[in-house]
Design a protein around this ligand. Structure first.
Ligand SMILES: Cc1ncc(COP(=O)(O)O)c(C=O)c1O
Length: 404
């Protein structure tokens, strides 16, 4: 192919011209995808080791999920919650069962589910715990990432996410992630919830110290505080279990889910909790036009059924061991540290060699798509359908770009 035939430069220039610059994408223009692979507009193939930040846990265009979407497209796609549709109860019931909770409240994006968790926690605080009006506090962790709404960025500690978007929503306290003593000090009679990611993805796939979340759970129990686990990126098979918090032997009061719940097809998010928590909401207090729509529920229920088999969690655990062994072998050869669980890894590249961005650009040139986070850290999160050979291939490409 000559450069004249190449469509990538033109497509990149067009995208740059017509959109706000709130992202800095790698120079790859994807036209098609299947499983763990994507193909760009010039016909080049790449292994997708980002998987839509875990929204594509089941791979691109999983046949069962695509079939469910097609079937639903031919029946009914949107009703609003003003009426009930025939996909709704099944999805909510099966998701509640997967979570081991009484009730589910479906929304669309992750940020909306986090907002839902915040509102439910506050309402629970006033109506059940008896906190005085407008005094409810929610404790979050430093380096958190819970989404982009104005309330959520109010408690971000990342200047890029937060600066110039004030005035900020009050009612949040930030404690260092992993520091139990700091959490114990921060809890007051007005604390209604502790909201945390079981593993912090955007922060660089940070795994907390062993026993941290057992301690969080104990403190929440002691002080009648809800423990809300944001499993939007860490959940639904990514770490080798249905929920990353299971590795800690802990059950939260509320799960916050998104990304993979939509099967990589539609945005589907939800919170799941028992009746004594989620039951505090009354008609008219919360909602979303698209939340729990028929297409979302038809895809979402198939996602839940895929997870109920346990196959994806098993693959993630087994192949995750292989991925981590391969990456750990690169420590001292251009890699400084590797963190994560299952098919999820944060890899710190030696900053003397290159930035995370440069590493991702070089990986893309070698046909592997990944995403940098801060500084010299890159994140690897392939779809859970990836094969052992594909994993080995990607690790070999990483090794190759680290050669001086
Ligand atoms: C842990 C976590 N929470 C919330 C969100 C926000 O999800 P969304 O981008 O769908 O609003 C993300 C997105 O990356 C996330 O990783």
């Amino acid at each position: 192919m000559t450069s004249v035939d190449m469509r990538t430069p033109e497509a990149l220039a067009d995208a740059e011209r017509w959109t706000a610059h709130n992202y800095h994408p790698l120079p790859v223009v994807i036209a098609e995808a299947e499983g763990a692979w994507v193909t760009d507009v010039d016909g080049r193939r790449y292994l997708d080791f980002l998987a839509g930040y875990s929204a594509l846990n089941f791979g691109h265009r999983h046949p069962g999920l695509i079939a469910a979407a097609h079937a639903q497209l031919d029946r009914v796609t949107l009703t609003s919650r003003a009426f009930v549709h025939d996909q709704f109860a099944e999805f909510c019931h099966e998701l509640a069962d997967l979570c081991g909770k009484d009730l589910v409240l479906p929304m669309n994006t992750g940020a909306e589910a986090v907002e839902t968790a915040i509102k439910v926690s506050r309402a629970w605080g006033y109506r059940v715990k008896g906190v005085a009006d407008n005094r409810a506090e929610i404790i979050v962790a430093s380096d958190n990432f819970h989404g982009r709404t104005t309330t959520i960025v109010s408690f971000s500690t990342d200047p890029d996410a937060r600066d110039d978007f004030g005035p900020y929503t009050p009612g949040f306290k930030v404690v260092p992630y992993g520091d139990l003593a700091a959490l114990a000090d921060a809890i007051t009679g007005e604390t209604v919830a502790v909201l945390m990611e079981p593993i912090q993805g955007e922060a660089g796939v940070l795994v907390p110290p062993t026993g941290y979340f057992a301690g969080v759970r104990a403190l929440c129990d002691e002080h009648n505080v809800l423990f809300v686990a944001d499993e939007i990126q860490s959940g639904l098979g990514r770490t080798g279990k249905t929920f990353a918090i299971e590795h800690e032997g802990v059950v939260p009061d509320m799960y916050v889910l998104g990304k993979a719940l939509g099967g990589g097809i539609v945005p589907v998010s939800a919170v799941a909790a028992d009746r004594d928590v989620l039951g505090v909401l009354k008609p008219g207090e919360h909602g979303s036009t698209f939340g729990g729509n028929p297409l979302a529920c038809a895809v979402g229920v198939e996602v839940v059924r895929l997870l109920a088999t346990g196959e994806f969690q098993r693959r993630s655990a087994e192949l995750g061991d292989r991925l981590h062994a391969g990456l750990t072998a690169l420590i001292g050869k251009g890699v400084v540290a590797v963190r994560g669980r299952g098919l999820w890894a944060g890899v710190d590249i030696d900053p003397a060699l290159m930035t995370g961005r440069q590493a991702c650009e070089r990986l893309a040139e070698r046909g592997v798509l990944a995403k940098d986070t801060h500084g010299s850290t890159i994140r690897l999160a392939p779809p859970l359908v990836v094969t052992a050979e594909e994993l080995d291939h990607a690790v070999a490409q990483l090794e190759a770009i680290l050669q001086r």
